[in-house]
Design a protein around this ligand. Structure first.
Ligand code: ADP
Length: 454
């Protein structure tokens, strides 16, 4: 791909002065890029080996609070350092910033130099390795939905996040004319990301005013998660550069549909589509049916990784294309899981449960773990459901609140075995903290409802 650089490429661009800054980044629990801006000369001479960051960065919430209750770090332990180890296979240009390149890092324990188990890249790499031991490679695509707003982030924050005006006036699902009006932001998003080495497929208007979707071609799971994180970051930055705001919050208005991040998944063996079996029903191999059975059966266990905040659960509403049931269907958008590419080599499963706020490494890892379990236990896939699944009383529900998803996560024997107790305990604490913070707050809704009338 254009835009990806070898370390030698980077060194020559630093030598000729075209690159002067290297963003050295890792991905935090919330899926954000965190790190430092290096002078490029320092990076290519020394820091390419390693740099350091405070280990509280994998034990904070969205607002960088330092909650208690994490085994990995604390005030008592003195909040020491992690090693940020640049993965030199991820160097790329950042074309929307002058003279800038980027590299993603793995986080290592400062003393043992082992991967930090709960760091999102390590969580995903572990499941990729388990799958490789079975002889398969996962390819995935995460669709990114988000809203664009008329005003800039600074203006919106100063106004207290009130009177939010999306960039357009009506539902723009697949609209060309409306999306032409947004090309000042969306065209640079597509082109800069492509020039940064991401295989961009397209953008399109989505089913609300100001709602957009960005599609990136399916790729090996780790690349897919890297692309997702970089693209989400770029969308926010490029919107900001253009005096606009972008939000990946899954439900910013109770009366509008929310934003999701559907995850398309397929397994491959020696570059052949292992989910495809031409003579079989739907062209679905036995392997795919086991994988899907695991995905569906364990969805309640890993819902937290698809919906990590209180707000995430506001998206799960009937009649909005956001699913509430753990069943599968063929090309039916009301089910939690949809079989796409029926009877073709592109046959795959799309999980529709995740919100635009998911951390792609954690979500993909949890789903891979569920699929692997389905394969290992040769789990049997129930028949496909049909019709409006919102109305299907027999179909199982996913947890409907963060509180419920926290409990299914905490008690998940399967996730404890697949991800490790330390990882499950870490994210269970993150989930509890999120709920505790919300429970402390008096909301506008409570005041408007009760101030006079209670
Ligand atoms: P739709 O129009 O229904 O959203 P698309 O054809 O745009 O479907 O595909 C959606 C996503 O699925 C794209 O990002 C595409 O790259 C991805 N995809 C296509 N084939 C596969 C596959 N075999 N495995 C995983 N993802 C795939």
């Amino acid at each position: 791909m254009p835009g990806t650089l070898t370390f030698d490429d980077l060194k020559s661009r630093v030598a000729d002065g075209s690159i002067d800054t290297v963003l050295v980044c890792f991905v935090d629990m919330q899926g954000r890029l965190m790190g430092k801006r290096f002078h490029a000369v320092n990076f290519v001479e020394t820091s390419f080996k390693e740099t350091h960051c405070c280990n509280y960065l994998l034990a904070t919430d969205l607002e960088m609070a330092t909650p208690d209750g994490y085994a990995s770090t604390s005030w008592q332990a003195g909040y020491g350092d992690y090693i940020m180890a640049p993965d030199l296979g991820t160097i790329r240009l950042v074309p929307w910033l002058a003279g800038t390149a980027m590299v993603l890092c793995d986080l290592l324990d400062h003393h043992t130099h082992e991967p930090v188990p709960h760091s999102p890249r390590a969580v995903l790499k572990k499941q990729i390795k388990r799958l490789a031991a079975l002889g398969y490679e996962a390819k995935m695509a995460t669709e990114l939905e988000f809203f664009l707003f008329e005003k800039s982030l600074n203006e919106i924050r100063k106004e207290g996040f009130r009177n939010l005006q999306p960039i357009s006036g009506y539902n723009e699902d697949y609209h060309i004319f409306q999306t032409t009006k947004e090309e000042d932001v969306m065209r640079p998003i597509r082109n800069h990301l492509f020039a940064a080495g991401l295989p961009i497929e397209n953008t399109k208007g989505e089913a609300e005013a100001g709602q957009e979707e960005l599609n990136i071609r399916y790729s090996p799971a780790l690349d897919c998660a890297d692309y997702h994180s970089i693209a989400k970051h770029a969308v926010k930055e490029i919107a900001w550069q253009n005096g606009r705001a972008a939000t990946f919050m899954p439900k910013w208005d109770k009366d509008r549909v929310g934003s999701s991040s559907h995850v398309h998944q397929s397994l491959w063996k020696d570059d052949e589509a292992a989910f495809y079996d031409k003579p079989a029903k739907h062209g679905m191999s036995e392997l795919m049916s086991h994988y899907m059975a695991g995905l569906i059966n364990y969805a309640p266990d890993y819902t937290y990784f698809l919906a990590p905040y209180v707000n995430s659960y506001k998206r799960f509403a009937r009649g909005t294309f956001a699913p509430t049931k753990t069943v599968w269907s063929v090309d039916n958008r009301t089910a939690g899981f949809r079989l796409c590419g029926e009877n073709t080599k592109g046959v795959r499963v799309e999980c529709r449960i995740g919100g635009s706020d998911l951390n792609p490494y954690l979500a993909q890892a949890a789903m891979l773990a569920a699929g692997i379990k389905g394969i290992e236990d040769k789990m049997k896939l129930a028949p496909a459901t049909t019709g409006d699944i919102y109305e299907d009383a027999k179909a199982a529900d996913i947890p409907q609140t963060l509180r419920a998803a926290t409990e299914t996560l905490r008690k998940s024997k399967f996730l404890r075995e697949a991800l490790g107790d330390d990882v499950v305990d870490h994210y269970t604490r993150a989930a509890e903290w999120e709920q505790e913070e919300f429970d402390r707050v008096v909301t506008d809704w409570e005041i408007a409802r009760g101030f006079e009338r209670a």
